[in-house]
Design a protein around this ligand. Structure first.
Ligand code: 13P
Ligand code: SF4
Length: 325
């Protein structure tokens, strides 16, 4: 699920979301980014974990990993600035090779992408001959290239079931893999990877929120451990969680995920009180307005994927995009 930014100007969109004094301070930077976007024929794609100044301000399109991949494949712009992490920028390059893809900070990685290598996938294939490999998009292009199909948190169950196999290898997130296994009859072979942000939530803290706030609703991302997900009223991708909040509009809500999500959605659901356990993704938070401006000004940091790897990775990503959800 993606959201196109509204027709209001970027500064106007921040009113009521970001304090007025802060808006005044960042307005020159936002104007510079808008001018550069026109000059470069560029779009800024923003993940749901970006801070509100980026998410509501300078982004042209925003969403979860699946939406960002689709938007990158479809854009007419010459330049894509990925306000997200490196695997998202690499995926954009894989699906739209002729575009220039920029990531504002090269250090914006992901603990899941670091958890598995192409060599690991080759070894798994030797160990489980004939078993298809389903790979979360939170991986390097090299890992995608060794995989049969990719998935995201919003389509993982449908992707696994689309293969018609009795068993699949699921990489690299053990918790998302366990969540998928709980939703399907397919036998799921897991890997040991985890998200450094979501694995820190505990079932105990969620029970404490419930005890203190009767009637509170809890929604969680499937990268969380199983006992945490067992406490949740809804489990879904980042966009799935945002949509749930906008539809259900509960009196009190805990979003068990990266904490910028609550900041971004709170303005659109004013009647809901957000209780915010604040786990930040240190990689997502490397992306700032200043770095987006610099990336457009100096055309840095351009993301390259070796053509032979990109061609194989594209097959796995496009197979995923063809799965109906
Ligand atoms: P989504 O695809 O749900 O946005 O998740 C991406 C991610 O990195 C969550 O930590
Ligand atoms: Fe990776 Fe977790 Fe950060 Fe998402 S929140 S980018 S999975 S480290």
């Amino acid at each position: 699920m993606s959201t196109a930014t509204t027709t209001h100007g970027p500064v106007e969109r921040l009113r009521g979301i970001v304090p007025d004094a802060e808006i005044a301070a960042i307005t020159p930077l936002i104007e510079e980014i808008e001018e550069l976007k026109v000059r470069r024929n560029a779009v800024v794609l923003a993940h749901n974990y970006m801070t509100p100044d980026i998410f509501h301000g300078v982004s042209d399109l925003k969403g979860d990993s699946l939406a960002l991949a689709k938007m990158a494949a479809e854009t007419d712009a010459d330049v894509i600035v990925m306000a997200g992490v490196h695997f998202m920028a690499e995926t954009a390059k894989i699906v739209n090779e002729q575009k220039t893809v920029l990531i504002p900070d090269l250090e914006a990685g992901c603990s899941l992408a670091d958890a598995v290598t192409g060599a690991d996938v080759r070894l798994l294939r030797e160990r489980y001959p004939g078993v298809p490999v389903v790979t979360y998009v939170n991986t390097s292009a090299e890992v995608k290239a060794e995989s049969d199909i990719c998935c995201t948190s919003s389509n993982a169950v449908q992707v696994v079931e689309s293969l018609g196999a009795e068993r699949v290898i699921f990489l690299p997130d053990q918790y998302l893999g366990r969540w998928v296994a709980s939703q399907t009859d397919v036998d799921v072979i897991l890997w040991e990877g985890s998200c450094m942000v979501h694995e820190r939530f505990t079932a105990e803290e969620l029970r404490a929120y419930r005890a203190l706030n009767p009637g509170i609703q809890i929604i969680a991302h499937p990268e969380c451990p199983q006992d945490v997900l067992a406490e949740a009223d809804f489990v879904g991708s980042t966009s799935g969680m945002i949509n749930w909040a906008k539809t259900e509009r509960p009196r009190q809500l805990v979003m068990v995920t990266e904490c910028s999500m609550s900041d971004n959605v709170a303005a659109e659901v004013p009647e809901t009180e957000f209780i915010r356990p604040c786990n930040l993704c240190p990689y997502m938070k490397l992306i700032t307005l200043q770095k987006i401006r610099d990336s457009l000004l100096e055309m840095k940091h351009e993301v390259h994927v070796e053509p032979e790897i990109a061609a194989r990775a594209r097959i796995a990503v496009e197979r995923m995009l063809a799965v109906q959800i």
